[in-house]
Design a protein around this ligand. Structure first.
Ligand code: HEC
Length: 163
């Protein structure tokens, strides 16, 4: 399990290194690559929130409870990462904006613990609704999240594994 802060450091240092190399190629004395890099909310949504939401959907359909236990925790770490990286959005605390996800995420946890597929599906639908509610509230109604119909991760098997 990777701590959110570590993820951020690795991402930032990898991207900074790439930028530093690119800057160096143009002008060896340039300081451009040494500016601290800040990931924006759109980057964090696309890099972390969207794939984790998709995985919770695909593995949920496979009723892969062991994996869902893991991935729901990773999803919570993504929320922490977003809060730390973008503490405020247009003047509102990110932690307050993300509260909209808390109930569905807690309900996913309860459904996973109970191995209750119907409750999981209902909580997952509420999670997806909450994503879209925040997109509407933040003037991004054109970003519409839905339950995944197929896996977008061809190199990962989401089927429950024998214990
Ligand atoms: C705090 C409110 C909020 C919540 C909750 C939220 N989003 Fe977002 N999301 C945004 C905002 C604001 C943007 C646009 C950010 C920007 O580009 O500056 C965004 C952008 C995105 C994008 C980028 C779209 C693209 O095509 O580039 C994706 C994907 C996304 N969100 C997925 C999700 C998913 C999945 C969830 C739920 C698990 C979610 N979001 C929950 C506010 C939210």
């Amino acid at each position: 399990m990777i701590r959110p802060f570590a993820v951020r450091i690795v991402l930032v240092s990898t991207v900074s290194l790439a930028l530093a190399c690119a800057a160096g190629a143009q002008s060896p004395s340039s300081d451009a690559g040494r500016q601290p890099l800040r990931l924006g909310l759109g980057d964090l949504m696309t890099a972390f929130m969207q794939p984790r939401h998709a995985k919770l959907g695909i593995a949920g359909q496979a009723r892969n409870w062991d994996y869902l236990t893991y991935e729901r925790h990773e999803f919570e770490e993504t929320l922490t990462l977003i809060e730390r990286t973008v503490p405020r959005y247009r003047g509102t605390a990110m932690a307050d904006l993300l509260l909209i996800l808390r109930e569905p995420v807690a309900a996913l946890g309860a459904a996973i613990n109970a191995r209750d597929g119907a409750a999981y599906d209902a909580a997952y639908a509420r999670l997806t609704d909450a994503c879209n509610a925040c997109h509407v509230a933040t003037d991004h109604r054109m970003i519409v999240i839905q339950t995944p119909k197929v896996s977008t991760f061809p190199n990962q098997n989401f089927a429950a594994q024998p214990r």
